[in-house]
Ligand binder design. Structure first.
Ligand code: SF4
Length: 104
């Protein structure tokens, strides 16, 4: 990294994880630690896909995952804009993101 790029990098907005999202992430990690591989670990490409049929299949498979609740809670708290999390797809979470932006 050049000095000019490094100087510019200090001016970029910092990524701040909301406290609720950090807590939800810790809860999800704890849940995952107590179980075997979740379904998404076996087919990560499907869970990260933008294709509606992939997202529908991933969301259906999430229904059987013991981490469903904590995973969905994290996705909502973190405002995850992409991928399937806890049985929710980006379109499911969009209203929550819209409401958050409109909250003073
Ligand atoms: S609920 Fe979360 S951890 Fe479980 S399969 Fe779905 S995305 Fe993976």
């Amino acid at each position: 990294m050049t000095a000019a790029v490094a100087a510019k990098a200090t001016q970029w907005p910092r990524c701040v994880t909301p406290p609720a999202a950090a807590e939800a992430w810790r809860h999800l990690r704890g849940t995952l630690a107590g179980m075997g591989d979740p379904p998404c670990a076996r087919a990560p490409v499907v869970w990260s896909s933008d294709a509606e049929d992939d997202q529908a299949a991933a969301a259906e498979a999430c229904r059987w995952c013991p981490a469903l609740g904590p995973c969905a809670a994290y996705a909502l708290a973190a405002n995850e804009p992409a991928a399937t999390w806890g049985g929710t797809v980006p379109a499911d979470r969009r209203p929550a993101r819209r409401n958050e932006r409109n909250t003073p």
